[in-house]
Design a protein around this ligand. Structure first.
Ligand code: BGP
Length: 477
């Protein structure tokens, strides 16, 4: 039978430090922005309020990220389970604040570096290739408070020092890297990706676009350092991608969808992959009253150091219905649109669309002709374990099967796809709700929303299923 995926395809799973590690104040770690963001369903509305200013208020709020699933201490057990599933790679992030607790120190915290050294060694001992996100929603809190997050130009230098430290320390062992997680989430949730609050400009296009410019420069510097450190390194960008449809063949809706794709999906990758601002940037800035501070040398740096591949997350698509703003709405991964009558939605209203993934892969490859890496995908669901803690998560298997089929079809279309790391391969704290009960994992973690429980790990039905998928290189779904 014809192989559906290339030999060496990177099957694995993905997590982020702040959603799994816990131990938020151990071994010299400083506070990151997400350590000061309350958990619970109201998370998004609390952080979007004008009063919110990143102060810890343990009287009023809970902070589930402080404990996470204790991956900081249990990573050996977790990675052994990943190995049992046959993972070829494991995507995780380095908490900036374990290395530079406030972001501004001149010398790194050796205890933090030592921790990631052990994580990397454990992966390699199991034959698992580490894939590292340098920054996944974990900016040091001090930088957010002192410089207003990424809108402060000073942050570039602090990030450069952090990136250099980890790339130089681990760059001989670790070949795959990404700079910023979902960099374009700036348009939807700038507090997480840019450290901006409403007080410091979260709703202002000027602040967001300036912060993004600074991140682009920082990202190029990281690419430069990576290639200088080890020419074998492949370092990518990471964007949040949600395929956009115009609601109908009314050209107005098609044009609105096109504009949405440009300003929300492609803007960042166009710069990070193409090495320059795209043609539509100028009119976009003008329409929003944005005046960028671009320093001499910035544009040359962007041009000289584009990324090697495009990492992206894909959970859902969205539908743009410009001619009917009153249409029933659908909400999703930080962004939404109109309800699509052809699609079903997850428990959280994210519209499930495997064909949209095939479209995304074709759109991205058509535009950039660089290797693609799906570094997040999956179904957030409420799992109901039986008395043996077993979860028969056929709904998750269905979701993953449909999306892997769509990937195989895109590969058949001619797309160069490097790998697939489903999100939250082990249950973790949700980014948008800050709770455990929105689960993505193939491994069940016995913890509730307040992080009470044994924390023990249990294989779900999807664990055994995914193991078989990997063992047959995606043939047996
Ligand atoms: C992406 C983030 C992840 C992750 C995922 C699922 O946007 O990169 O950090 O959490 O979404 O989101 P949620 O946890 O809100 O379901």
């Amino acid at each position: 039978m014809k192989e559906r995926f290339p030999q060496g395809f990177m099957w694995g799973g993905a997590t982020a430090a702040n959603q799994v590690e816990g131990a938020y104040d151990k071994d010299g770690k400083g506070l990151s922005i997400v350590d000061a963001i309350p958990g619970g369903k109201a998370r998004l509305s609390i952080v979007s309020s004008p009063e919110f200013d990143f102060s810890l208020d343990t009287e009023r709020y809970t902070y589930p990220n402080h404990k996470g699933i204790d991956h900081y201490h249990r990573f050996r057990e977790d990675i052994a389970l990943f190995a049992e599933m046959g993972f070829k790679c494991y995507r995780f992030s380095i908490a900036w604040t374990r290395i530079y607790p406030n972001g501004v120190e001149q010398q790194p915290n050796e205890a933090g570096l030592n921790h990631y050294q052990q994580v990397i060694d454990t992966c390699i001992a199991h034959g698992i290739e580490p894939v590292i996100t340098i920054s996944h929603y974990e900016m040091p809190l001090h930088l957010a408070n002192a410089f207003g997050g990424w809108q402060g130009r000073e942050v570039i230098g602090h990030f450069e020092r952090f990136a250099r430290t980890v790339l130089e320390r681990f760059g001989q062992q670790v070949k795959y890297w990404m700079t910023f997680n979902e960099i374009n989430s700036a348009f939807h949730f700038p507090i997480m990706s840019q450290g901006l609050t409403v007080k410091t400009g979260a709703l202002e296009p000027q602040a967001k676009f300036q912060a993004l410019h600074n991140q682009f420069v920082a990202s190029s510097l990281a690419v430069k350092i990576a290639h200088e450190t080890n020419p074998e390194i492949k370092i990518g960008c990471m964007i949040l991608y949600a395929t956009s449809y115009g609601f109908d063949c009314n050209p107005v809706n098609q044009l609105a969808a096109l504009k949405e794709r440009q300003s929300s999906d492609f803007y960042c990758a166009d710069v990070q992959v193409g090495g320059k601002y795209p043609y539509y940037a100028k009119s976009l800035w003008q329409s929003l009253g944005v005046k960028l501070d671009i320093q001499p040398g910035d544009l040359e740096l962007l041009k000289a150091h584009p990324v090697d591949y495009i990492g992206f997350s894909y959970y859902m698509s969205r539908t743009i219905y410009a001619t009917n703003p009153e249409a029933a709405a659908a909400h999703g991964n930080l962004l939404g649109g109109a309800r699509n009558p052809f699609l079903e939605a997850s428990d959280w209203g994210w519209e499930i669309d495997p064909t949209g993934l095939r479209i995304a892969l074709n759109e991205l490859y058509d535009r950039y002709e660089k290797p693609l890496f799906i570094v997040e995908n999956g179904l957030g669901a409420i799992d109901k374990p039986d008395e043996n803690h077993y979860v028969a998560d056929d709904y998750r298997i269905n979701y993953l099967r449909q999306h892997i089929n769509a990937m195989a079809e895109a590969v058949e279309d001619g797309v160069d796809l490097m790998g697939y790391t489903p999100w939250g391969c082990i249950d973790l704290v949700s980014m948008s709700t800050g709770e455990m009960s929105k689960r993505y994992g193939m491994i069940y973690v016995d913890l509730d929303d307040n992080i009470n429980g044994t924390g023990d790990r249990y294989r779900k039905k999807s664990f055994h299923w995914y193991k078989q998928v990997i063992a047959t290189n995606g043939q047996d779904l």
